[in-house]
Design a protein around this ligand. Structure first.
Ligand code: MCA
Ligand code: AMP
Length: 452
């Protein structure tokens, strides 16, 4: 794709702009070829995925060389970083955007080969590597280009992290596949979105909620062609405020790291708050509801699905039903009249979505339990107006402050996995099996001051 773009728009000096630095497709291709030359033949390679041209070059280089890239969250603490590097076996490389390696001649890449390995949390245990093939990514981007009428005429603007599907697959590879200009704002701030003058904008609901809280920034987006929300549920009031302030209804779409984006509203189609549209071409969905019920687990099949969890055939098998449908773990309803999908919630409360980030309660609990003063821990996501959910940790601990506990988690895991609130309790209520009863913690656990 990048090679083709170079032929058509090679002299577009501002083809890709990230955090204020710009590059033409030719410059980006040269940097990507240097990466491809360096990693060719390796099983995988890792980069610290800062919001930078280097990360864009690394991912483009991975696709060229047919070697999967593992993007490391730049704020990942040492434990998370070590786990990802050890589990993937990827060597960490430094990308030098200015370096030229003309000796790379290219290899034949099979579309089914993994292009990315993205680490994502389950309900328990450390994050798992999700293998995404070039073919799945291409199928998804082409389906989305159709649904959103996304083309080389567009300027895509976003400021999302470059180590997840939203910012990296849609937000970088999507721009390179459609040939739209890309402006990455560094961070997804309303003011930066307003100044970027794009036609197509991506954001998680927290970003859109911050945009509507800044009416002049929202008004500046009224000239855009399409505002797209995803990664978590967009609250209906934010949807309505966006429409009021920008004159347009946002398109909502639904996806997962394991499935890529599978359900979406259409540009020019009916867009209703609380619905995420209909399946993209090539995707089939069903709701596994109990007899007589209309809501149940959303299950799906299609060409955009992952190739498995790295090194975990059991976990991969467990993610599918006996008849081969992927189990999303999301509870959904499908409108009988128009097929619009509504995501009602998650089957497990142990997967938390905060600011669009997916966080496993078990991973945070394990980090808390590593603290010598913490004897029990239970982590929950509680509703939050800005983040959707915020992480609250209930701990049994003596002689340690909430700040010390939060700092301890931050030293192990990514910043966004830190509890926003630590509540000290006398004990964690458990059922007969010893499993924490988290609903009781939220309703009636007595708060207790920590003993110093
Ligand atoms: C954060 N801070 C904290 C804590 N957490 N301080 C103390 N205790 C904590 N627990 C700090 C931060 O470091 C930051 O400091 C400041 O508080 C503000 O943090 P926050 O409120 O989190 O705001 P933010 O940093 O601006 O983050 C909001 C965000 C971010 C920008 C919306 O959550 C984000 O980028 N979300 C996107 C996630 C995403 O891309 N998900 C896609 C997954 P300082 O200001 O000093 O730095 S892919 C996916 O879901 C699928 C496939 C799909 O459908 O898309
Ligand atoms: P991740 O693997 O980080 O991509 O997180 C995937 C999860 O995000 C899904 O299983 C859903 O719970 C949630 N999600 C993504 N998009 C939406 C959406 N538009 N509405 C509600 N939930 C969403």
């Amino acid at each position: 794709m990048l090679t083709a773009l170079t032929g058509v728009y090679g002299d577009r000096a501002d083809a890709v702009s990230v955090g204020g630095r710009t590059a033409s497709y030719e410059e980006l291709l040269a940097a990507a070829r240097a990466v491809a030359a360096e990693v060719a033949g390796a099983p995988a390679f890792a980069v610290t995925a800062t919001a930078s041209l280097e990360t864009v070059a690394a991912v483009a280089g991975a696709v060229l060389a047919g070697v999967p890239c593992v993007p490391l969250p730049p704020d990942a603490g040492p434990a998370e970083r070590d786990h990802i590097l050890r589990d993937s076996g990827a060597a960490l490389i430094e990308v030098d955007f200015a370096r030229r390696r003309p000796d790379w001649s290219g290899t034949a890449v099979a579309p089914g080969d993994p292009a990315l390995i993205l680490y994502t949390s389950g309900t328990t245990g450390p994050p798992k590597g999700v293998l995404l093939s070039g073919a799945a990514i291409a199928a998804d981007l082409d389906a989305l280009a159709g649904a959103w009428q996304w083309s080389a005429e567009d300027t895509l603007v976003h400021g999302l992290p470059l180590f997840h599907v939203h910012g990296l697959v849609l937000g970088v590879l999507g721009a390179l596949r459609t040939g739209s200009r890309l402006v990455h704002t560094g961070r997804p701030d309303p003011g930066a979105y307003a100044r970027a003058g794009g036609s197509l904008y991506f954001g998680v609901p927290t970003v859109w909620s911050r945009v509507v809280a800044d009416p002049p920034a929202a008004a500046a987006l009224s000239g855009a062609r399409l505002l797209v929300s995803g990664s978590a549920a967009l609250p209906a009031p934010v949807f309505r405020e966006l429409e009021r302030l920008t004159g347009q209804r946002p398109v909502e779409r639904y996806g997962m790291t394991e499935t890529l984006i599978t359900v979406s509203g259409r540009a020019g189609g009916a867009l209703r708050p609380g619905t995420v549209g209909t399946p993209l071409p090539g995707i089939r969905t069903r709701v596994a509801a109990e007899p007589g019920a209309t809501i149940g687990e959303l299950q799906l099949t299609g060409a955009t699905l992952f190739s498995g969890y790295l090194g975990s055939p059991e976990a991969t098998a467990a993610a599918y039903t006996a008849d081969g449908w992927f189990r999303t773990g999301d509870i959904a309803a499908i409108d009988e009249a128009d097929g619009a999908h509504r995501i009602v919630g998650r089957a497990s409360t142990d997967l938390i979505k905060s600011g669009g980030y997916r966080i496993g309660a078990g991973e945070v609990e394990n980090a808390l339990l590593d603290h010598p003063k913490v004897s029990e821990a239970a982590v929950v996501g509680v509703p939050d107006p800005d983040l959707g959910q915020r992480i609250v940790a209930f701990v049994v601990a003596e002689g340690v402050t909430a700040e010390e506990i939060t700092a301890f988690v931050a030293a192990h895991l990514s910043v966004h996995k830190r509890p926003r609130e630590v509540r000290f309790v006398a004990s964690v209520p458990r059922n007969a099996m010893g499993k924490p009863q988290k609903n009781l913690l939220l309703t009636d656990a007595p708060a207790r001051r920590p003993a110093r």
